[in-house]
Structure formats: structure tokens, C-alpha cells
Design a protein around this ligand. Structure first.
Ligand code: 5AD
Ligand code: FES
Length: 346
């Protein structure tokens, strides 16, 4: 079985059967070896550097109704909010002083923010902070819209594919949404010139190991610059309230597998991973992740951007979070660096 890990490292992929065998293997000797190889590859390329992204959750209005998500439009219990331009710039200013050189504007699919409003926010941030990268994470849009934001200066775009299997996709989403359009978005984004991130939830309802192998093959095909994966965590006001969460073990294993598939990839140890285990983010970093994304949103709105239950860091100021993360990373021998944190792949 250790052989499979070596094959994965050499060939950067495995066939279906071998991926399946590796995913279903719970022999600790094998999982430890996988982690060790992934860490070694990570250290060769990124050393012990950890990149930070300042996450600005600027709206929790959403026109979509994804069954897993706490800010789905049918959730009448969600207290909705929008940040105005001034509030967004204030978050960035605070973030810049704390050493952030990437800002991630994340929100629901909120039609209030027209393309020109988004473009204006992006270009204002790029003018004020020319040494920073701006990442958008605002869902499915037309190719034209993506071009507009890119021309305004957006550098990166995060859009998780959620699952690469059509039937599984249909179980997680209402019928207006399709995997086909999601993939179209990702390929358009890449083609336009963005650094692109896809990803999926680990242990989402109805997900099989076979589905995960399909996710891995899709990631191999797309060759994204970033991959966001974190455990599924049920939210009490969604149809998936009673479903089981994803596990720490599977998430950490997948981080290592993805590091071996795409050695240069930017791979966050997500807040969701930190939510299911108090040391989840540290374990993610020790398995091959190289990014953390602390929250820069104003404290009063943090408790409202709840995609899942028990989310961490919803009460803390940005400064506290960054100090906390610095200590956490140092405690495992890694170091937060002040840089845009671009992929080292040229
Ligand atoms: N648990 C974990 N992750 C979630 N997301 C949405 N809802 C949940 C949940 N209940 C993830 C999705 C989305 C990203 C912004 O957050 O993968 O793409
Ligand atoms: Fe937010 Fe620790 S990272 S409090």
C-alpha cells in the first residue's frame, strides 16, 4: 500500500482503483507515510511558510438554495447583512496593517452587488494596495462578468466545484444549478487569466469514496492554482441538519493526496477543519496545507456568516485571530509570512 503513495508522488495521479484503495485504507503506517511524503514535497517548495488571506465576508444574501448551506435563501432564520464600500475598505485597511497582502471578498450570490459595483470595489482596493492580491469568491457568473472583474484588477477566483459527479451534484443542489455550468465557470475563469481555486466538502451527504476519486480526477484535469477542501458540517436550519459531518481523518488524508498530485498548489487548512477539531488547522498544515484564511469581517457581522454550525473565530477581532494563528503555526514549527503568497509554479 505504501507503494501507492510512491506511485502517486511519482505520477501525480493514480487510476480509479488505486485511488479507491488509498482512500479506503486506514492502516496508520500508510496514512503516516502519505503525510510524511506530502510534507516533504510541501517543504521542498514552500519551506515552512504559511500564507495568510484576509477573508472579508461582505454579504450573506444569496439567491441560491444549496441544501447544505446555512445562508441558502430558504433559511428564514438567517439575519441578513451587507457591508457597504466604506466598511469593506476599513476591513482591508485593518488587514493591511496586520500584514495581510491578499484580500478575499467572499459572499453569497447577491444581485445587489452589480458587476460595476464589484469592479469598483476591486479597482479601489487595487489602487489603494497595489502590492496586494484581490481574490473574489462570489459564485457563478457569466464569462463577461468574470472578464469585467478581471479587467478591474481581480487576481484570483475561488469557486468550489462541490462534487464532480452529476448525480451527487443533483442531490446537494436545487435543479437550477448544474455541475456543467459550474465547470464552465471554472474553465472560463482559468482561460481569462485568473488564478483559480476549485474544491469540495469532505463527507458531504451522499458522497461515496468513488465520488471522491472523481473529484481527484477533476482536480487533475483542471490543474487549479488552489484547492479548498474542508469537512461538511451540518447547519441546523438546512435540510441536511441531521446529516453526519465529514471527518478530520479523511480531510487530512485528502490534503496530503492533493499536495502530492499538485506539488505547487495553494492549499488552505480551512476554518471548517478548525471547527471539527481544536487542532484541525494545525493538523491540516502538518499534512501538506500551506494557507490559512483568517476572518477580517467586522465582529458584529461574523456571527451572521454561518454556512455551518459552531463556526470558530466568530467573536474575535482580526488582530486576535492573526496573533492566535501565529502562535498556533509557530507551535508546530511553521511561520506565517507577510506576502501575496502566489503559487511558486511559474
Ligand atoms: N459545511 C461545510 N462547508 C460548507 N460550505 C457551505 N456550506 C457548508 C457546510 N454546511 C462550503 C461550500 C462553499 C464554501 C464557501 O463553503 O463548499 O463552496
Ligand atoms: Fe481566530 Fe484563533 S484563529 S481565534
Amino acid at each position: 500500500m505504501k507503494n501507492l503513495v510512491d506511485m502517486l508522488e511519482q505520477n501525480r495521479t493514480l487510476n480509479n482503483e488505486d485511488f479507491y484503495a488509498l482512500l479506503s485504507c486506514d492502516d496508520t503506517e500508510v496514512t503516516e507515510y502519505l503525510k510524511q511524503r506530502a510534507t516533504s514535497v510541501r517543504k521542498e517548495i514552500y519551506g515552512t511558510d504559511v500564507y495568510i488571506r484576509g477573508l472579508i465576508e461582505f454579504t450573506n444574501y444569496c439567491k441560491n438554495d444549496c441544501l447544505y448551506c446555512g445562508i441558502r435563501r430558504s433559511n428564514k432564520n438567517a439575519a441578513r447583512y451587507r457591508l457597504d464600500d466604506e466598511q469593506i475598505y476599513n476591513c482591508a485597511e485593518t488587514g493591511y496593517k496586520l500584514g495581510f497582502r491578499t484580500f478575499v471578498l467572499q459572499g453569497g450570490e447577491d444581485m445587489y452587488y452589480t458587476d460595476s459595483k464589484i469592479a469598483h470595489i476591486v479597482s479601489t482596493l487595487k489602487e489603494a494596495y497595489p502590492d496586494c492580491a484581490v481574490t473574489l469568491s462570489i459564485g457563478e457568473k457569466s464569462r463577461e462578468s468574470y472578464k469585467t472583474y478581471f479587467n478591474a484588477g481581480a487576481d484570483r477566483y475561488l469557486l468550489r466545484h462541490e462534487t464532480a459527479n452529476n448525480a451527487h451534484y443533483a442531490k446537494l443542489h436545487p435543479k437550477e444549478l448544474s455541475l456543467e455550468n459550474r465547470k464552465r465557470c471554472l474553465y472560463d475563469l482559468k482561460d481569462i487569466g485568473y488564478q483559480v481555486g476549485c474544491g469540495f466538502m469532505v463527507g458531504s451527504p451522499f458522497q461515496t469514496l468513488q465520488n471522491i476519486t472523481e473529484d481527484l480526477h477533476f482536480i487533475g484535469e483542471l490543474e487549479p492554482h488552489m484547492v479548498g477542501i474542508g469537512p461538511f458540517i451540518p447547519h441546523k436550519d438546512t435540510p441536511f441538519a441531521g446529516k453526519a459531518p465529514g471527518t478530520l481523518e479523511m480531510t487530512v488524508k485528502l490534503l496530503s493526496i492533493i499536495r502530492l498530485m499538485l506539488p505547487y498548489v495553494l492549499l488552505p487548512a480551512t476554518t471548517a477543519l478548525g471547527t471539527i477539531h481544536p487542532k484541525g488547522r494545525e493538523m491540516g498544515i502538518m499534512a501538506g496545507a500551506n494557507v490559512v484564511m483568517p476572518n477580517l469581517s467586522p465582529s458584529d457581522v461574523r456571527k451572521k456568516y454561518l454556512l455551518y454550525d459552531n463556526k470558530i473565530c466568530t467573536g474575535d477581532e482580526a488582530a486576535e485571530c492573526i496573533r492566535c494563528l501565529q502562535m498556533r503555526m509557530e507551535s508546530i514549527g511553521y511561520h506565517i509570512v507577510q506576502s501575496r503568497g502566489d503559487s511558486k509554479k511559474i
